[in-house]
Design a protein around this ligand. Structure first.
Ligand SMILES: COc1ccc(C[C@H]2SC(=O)NC2=O)c(OC)c1
Ligand SMILES: [Zn+2]
Length: 263
């Protein structure tokens, strides 16, 4: 589906240099979420996700992460509620992780780093006809962030983990169907932080309403190790580079307020 915008993503070099200037640059992501600075907002509603596993299509190694892509040509897999005014369509999810279990997440909570972070990417189909339009609009995207911590094996994730060797190299794609991404959400989705931010990779557009779950999900050490067996490089390249540390560094808050749905 267009949401992975093959051109936009594939131009990225895995360890791309931080551009000096970003258009606006007032609401960049990721950020550190300071517990004491976040503000409880009683008007925040519960999140409503309705994901249809039949919209799951494929897994693609884009040379920066692996994307699980969904058919976003209809309103079959959607997100609404929470801080959102409109209904958003799920187009893909992907992860960011480190070379070891000490770091890897993009967002932090009181500077605490998690070994990995899941991003479920949605675009505003009430206001825009195409993902490409939404990705440059200030209310165009909604990304749910879920922290991963090392613990028990995540049964739902294992089907995905078993497929990863088939997309080891950059630009490889494999069919992947009937996967319900709600199995990757924590039990409680009522407790989250939300703030106005950006894509965390080029084009870094300031189009994202971030919704970061307070409760992490648990995955096993071995499951994370399979993430690290992926490669940034394509099969043709002589030197193979492990796909690790594919996260952006925290960005200045610049006066933004992070709201919480809980006290
Ligand atoms: C051209 O459009 C794009 C480009 C890149 C991403 C992926 C970024 S954005 C995020 O949250 N994490 C990431 O790695 C994207 O996702 C919405 C949309
Ligand atoms: Zn991401």
């Amino acid at each position: 589906s267009a949401c992975s915008s093959r051109v936009g993503l594939s131009q990225m070099h895995p360890m791309w240099q931080e551009p000096l200037e970003v258009p606006g640059g007032e609401r960049q992501s990721p950020i550190d979420i300071s517990l004491r600075k976040s503000v409880f907002d009683p008007n925040l509603k519960p999140l409503v996700t309705q994901y249809d596993p039949r919209t799951c299509q494929q897994i693609w190694n884009n040379g920066y992460s692996f994307l699980v892509e969904y058919d976003d040509t209809t309103d079959k897999s959607t997100l609404r509620g929470g801080p959102l005014e409109d209904q958003f369509r799920l187009c893909q999810f992907h992860f960011h992780w480190g070379e070891n279990n000490s770091w890897g997440s993009e967002h932090t909570v009181d500077r605490h780093l998690y070994p990995a972070e899941l991003h479920l990417v949605h675009w505003n189909a009430d206001k825009y006809a195409l993902f490409e339009e939404a990705v440059v609009a200030e209310n165009g995207l909604a990304v749910i962030g879920v922290f991963l911590k090392v613990g028990k094996t995540h049964e739902g994730l294992q089907k995905l983990v078993d497929t990863l060797p088939a997309v080891r190299h950059k630009d490889s794609v494999v069919e992947f169907t009937k996967f319900d991404p709600s199995c990757l959400l924590p039990e409680s989705t009522n407790e989250y932080w939300t703030y106005a931010g950006s894509l965390t990779t080029p084009p870094l557009t300031e189009a994202v309403t971030w919704i970061i779950m307070k409760q992490p999900i648990e995955v096993s050490h071995d499951q994370l190790a399979v993430f690290r067996s992926l490669l940034f490089t394509s099969a043709e390249e002589e030197v193979q580079k492990s796909m690790v540390n594919n996260f952006r560094v925290q960005q200045p808050l610049k006066g933004r307020t992070v709201r919480s749905s809980f006290t």
